[in-house]
Design a protein around this ligand. Sequence first.
Ligand SMILES: Cc1cc2nc3c(=O)[nH]c(=O)nc-3n(C[C@H](O)[C@H](O)[C@H](O)COP(=O)(O)OP(=O)(O)OC[C@H]3O[C@@H](n4cnc5c(N)ncnc54)[C@H](O)[C@@H]3O)c2cc1C
Length: 330
Amino acid sequence: MEFRENEILAHYTTFKIGGPAKLFAEVSDANELSLGYERAASERLPVYIMSGGSNILFSDKGFPGLVMRLTDGGFRILDNGRVSVGAGKTLLDVILACCQAGLSGMEKLAGIPGSVGGAVRGNAGAFGSEIADHIVSVKVLNHKTGMVKEYGKDACAFGYRMSLFKKHPELIIVSVEFRLASGSDPVALRSIATKTIEEREAKHPQDAFCAGSFFMNPTVTDEHLREEFRHDSGKEPKGERLPAGWVIDQVGLRGRTIGHAKVSEQHPNYIVNTGGATAEEVLTLVSIVKQKVRDELNIQLQEEVQLVGFGHEEVKTRREKGENDFSWPS
Ligand SMILES: Cc1cc2nc3c(=O)[nH]c(=O)nc-3n(C[C@H](O)[C@H](O)[C@H](O)COP(=O)(O)OP(=O)(O)OC[C@H]3O[C@@H](n4cnc5c(N)ncnc54)[C@H](O)[C@@H]3O)c2cc1C
């Protein structure tokens, strides 16, 4: 296991933003994670866990501790449609391998960037499907106790972009067991996955420098606004939530830029680095969006993207306001 100093985090995120990590290591299992935590403890450094880097905005100053990046971790087909996967494995690779094996269920998640662990932690979803739908159990390392424990699906407290692991950053996902339906035609499954990826691409270029949807879809109970949404989109709202992109569009911020950070013209819930944007520019734009939406529509947007390395004070204030799950592990 190699520790590198001053590794630039921008290289490991889809935003292409972020300064250096004081220490950086790639890890693939609980054992390597534990070694990393030991080293960090001996140097009194904070630790941050990442994987695909597709849901993170690191600060321009980077992270003053150890960043451990989970990669790979293995893939095994078990009996009765069950599959065991290492947390660092790329989600798309897993879905395609399942298609190949005739195991169906996860095709509509094809194209969500990042790892299996990142997807489980945030209960990633698309087109009405969520990763939690297919989970049997999740194995985690509790870095505070050093124990590895398996949680059955019911204990994982999955909700909209939510899980037990998001509320408890001390729980690091090391592997996941899924159950899928067996016996499907691999060619047909592959075709669904390919079409899903094309559909995503048509909504927004998926290789843009961004972290996908920046905000969670807010709960909106104002019936007037909900009616406007129905009228505008011809769609029924999904439960109590309205799409954050539609909400941002209502306050006229589609296309708004600060420096090289831009509210996407195509999908206003994507904040895009158009080339050379700083984290500071992104955060300034984010605060303009949040304030305008709050002032004009009385809606409080909450970040889906994790903001990391912006300093203890900011983390504390925002956490107290309930704005985000700002984890700054001790
Ligand atoms: C173009 C684009 C499109 C996107 N579309 C979607 C979409 O349709 N649906 C959707 O839900 N998301 C979407 N996203 C967001 C993102 O892809 C998902 O949130 C993804 O699941 C994050 O996985 P990751 O490995 O990249 O996590 P990272 O960005 O590396 O980490 C995200 C968070 O998870 C934590 N984490 C990572 N791995 C672990 C682990 N093993 N154990 C515990 N915590 C961990 C990190 O500490 C961090 O807090 C999109 C992103 C992009 C760039």
